[in-house]
Design a protein around this ligand. Sequence first.
Ligand code: ADP
Ligand code: ZN
Length: 204
Amino acid sequence: MKLVLIGAPGSGKGTLAGKLVKALNIPAISTGDLLRESIKAGTEIGLEAKKLMDKGILVSTEIIFEMLKERLKKDDTKNGYILDGFPRTIDQAQLLDDYVKLDLCLYLNVDKDKIVQRLTGRRTCKNCGASYNTELHSNDKCDCGGELFIREDDKPEVVAHRFDVYSNQTAPLIDFYKNKGILKVVMGQENPEDTFKKAMELLK
Ligand code: ADP
Ligand code: ZN
């Protein structure tokens, strides 16, 4: 099963992807995570990307797509995968469409108010990258023991900009996949477990 998740930043794609990984036994590939790994590794691409990411600006499609193709060559993708964060523009969707045949696009639909609240309350683990919301998780440590911090791009000014980028560049993908006949919509207002159950219903 080759699956794409789309949704606004803070819609809960990462959390849903994590649950789907366990249920479907295929990897989730997040281009944001791939970029953050190259930042950690201190590569040239990572250093360049960090400047853009901290401002909520999209990194060049060429770089991201090369990175993604490398990742898709790994053995663990042979039974499929879940893409989170790619495609993010119509250009990227077109490139992907020429490269693989997707089975399904899940659109995680969440109201903007909810999203802003989630993003400004988001804390990320320095160690494993897991994210938590201050409303549901009062602890300042991750379950893995790692320290939690506020991502540079989760600061309020940047959140507003990311949301604009999403509305202008990413939201058009909803129609793109609808026209391909592979779009399914999951309402993601509630808690992560309910959202996951709804997604699993749609995958049957
Ligand atoms: P979120 O989905 O919460 O906005 P991500 O971790 O997916 O966060 O992405 C963080 C940043 O990484 C984006 O703001 C952007 O700068 C960069 N990025 C990730 N995926 C892509 C992509 N497919 N195309 C361009 N830039 C990307
Ligand atoms: Zn952790």
